[in-house]
Design a protein around this ligand. Structure first.
Ligand code: PMP
Length: 469
């Protein structure tokens, strides 16, 4: 069968039988999907024979790129040795044990335990149950409230979406898990810029004011709920799915100052920022945070197999262990041996190749310098990046920063054009985001930025011809 015939057959079957995540089923049925048939390095290949630079590392996870034979070998070897066994009922197996030890060695000093899950959503579910159990064991069962943030993302399970602050998700499949509340996000471009600052030239000043204002919202919410009723504050170091939102420099220090006043746990969701994305092993280290718990997933296995977990700091772990009593929680695939073996190999490769340092000292600064060149494009209101994560804010008017009408769906238009141009760049509203594999080269970063500019040009051209008709 010719390549296109095979592709057409798959597209038809996909439309007929397959319900995709985060998808308008009706629209996809009409438009059809792109079938990805292979990948190598930082490129994916589709059924039409196109090679596309994966600026998103899959879903922020394929940090080591698509052709790491050692990960394949680790999986195959473990499949042969012990394809499955669980970690319930006082059993364990070498990959889960070795991975737990290695993760704790790499994690900040005060973190010495891990609870394994199959995904980032399960990691956040597990975290929620663990936090509430911790306070119950401390004799403070009334400490139930989790304060998270609007437009944060913590997963798609019922607890994950309740912890997340995505309004459209809350509107479907509710009611949400009780005892979760959301405060404003430190999204300067969308919510701080031009508000509360009289002088545009004092940009930095207004960003920092805004960061402090967002931290005050945490203090106010704690007061409102009563500090004795609040269990934890949950946040991503940099919001990923919300739009690659790097908070103003003032934000995390101000949040830390608020938390220091109260007896409340800090949970930092490292599902995206963990494992080198921001140029440190964990995003918390970039912002000098000392979380009590850190949900992890994605880059842990470079996305090759599904695995996640919660890194549990001594304060919580010691109580859970010393107080005893069964924790009625866990998954069939908690610490799955094949996934754990691949994760262990991922961590080994990352250390051997010194990937985290390379992101911090070389690739991150290089991307920042190249990405910033896009700021001169007429459609771009802001170009920002940190480590190997970046965003472009698309605007209708560069001077005022005015957005396009939502009905134009300019972000989606640009995303679709990117795909045609040969680049995966994701859209969140009119924010374009990238998070490429951590093994990307300088030349590939140059290619990514050129493809992004070409896609922006084509988006502007189509918008202009749309306006003219
Ligand atoms: N937390 C964060 C910060 C995430 O970005 C994601 C996934 N994008 C999740 C949790 C959920 O992870 P998963 O899709 O593996 O359940």
């Amino acid at each position: 069968m010719a390549i296109n015939d095979a592709g057409e057959r798959l597209k038809a079957l996909d439309a007929r039988h397959h319900l995709h995540p985060f998808t308008d089923f009706k629209q996809l049925g009409e438009q059809g999907s792109r079938i990805i048939t292979g990948a190598s390095g930082v490129y994916i290949h589709d059924a039409d024979g196109q090679r596309i630079l994966d600026g998103m590392a899959g879903l922020w996870c394929v940090n080591l790129g698509y052709d790491q034979p050692e990960l394949v070998a680790a999986a195959s070897q473990q499949m042969t040795q012990l394809p499955y066994y669980n970690t319930f009922f006082k059993t364990a197996h070498p990959p889960a044990i070795e991975l737990a030890a290695e993760l704790c060695r790499l994690a900040p000093e005060h973190i010495n335990h891990v609870f394994f899950t199959g995904s980032g959503s399960e990691a956040n579910d597990s975290m929620l149950r663990m936090v509430r159990r911790f306070w119950a064991l401390k004799g403070k069962p009334e400490k139930q409230w989790i304060i998270a943030r609007e437009n944060g993302y913590h997963g798609s399970t019922v607890a994950g979406m309740s912890l997340g602050g995505m309004a459209p998700m809350h509107a479907q499949g509710g009611p949400c898990v009780p005892g979760i509340t959301h405060i404003r996000q430190p999204y300067w471009f969308a919510e701080g810029r031009g508000k509360g600052s009289e002088s545009p030239e004092s940009d930095t000043h207004s960003r920092d004011d805004f960061g402090r204002l967002c931290a005050e919202a945490l203090d106010a919410r704690i007061q409102e709920l009563g500090p004795d009723n609040v269990a934890a504050f949950l946040a991503e170091p940099v919001q990923g799915a919300g739009g690659a939102i790097m908070p103003p420099d003032s934000y995390w220090p101000a949040i830390k100052a608020v938390l220091a006043k109260y007896d409340i746990l800090l949970v930092v969701d490292e599902v995206i920022c963990g494992f080198g994305r921001l140029g440190e092993w964990f995003g918390s280290q970039h912002y000098d945070l000392k979380p009590d718990l850190m949900p992890i997933a994605k880059g842990l296995s470079s996305g090759y197999l599904p695995i996640g977990g919660v890194l549990v700091g001594d304060r919580v772990a010691d109580t859970l262990i010393e107080e005893g009593g069964e924790f009625f929680h866990g998954f069939t695939y908690s610490g799955h041996p094949v996934c754990a073996a691949v994760a262990l190999k991922t961590l080994e490769i990352m250390q051997r190749e010194d990937i985290v340092t390379r992101v911090r000292d070389d690739l991150g600064p290089y991307l920042a310098s190249r990405w910033a060149t896009l700021a001169d494009h007429p459609l771009v209101g802001e170009a920002r990046s940190l480590g190997l994560m970046g965003a472009l804010e698309l605007v209708a008017d560069k001077a005022s920063g005015e957005r396009f009408a939502t009905s134009l769906a300019v972000g989606n238009l640009c995303r679709d054009i990117c795909f045609e141009t040969g680049l995966v760049m994701r859209s969140v509203g009119d924010t374009m985001i990238i998070s490429p594999p951590l093994v990307i080269t300088h030349e590939q970063i140059d290619a990514l930025v050129s493809l992004a500019r070409a896609a922006l040009d084509e988006t502007a051209r189509q918008l202009a011809s749309h306006a003219a008709t």
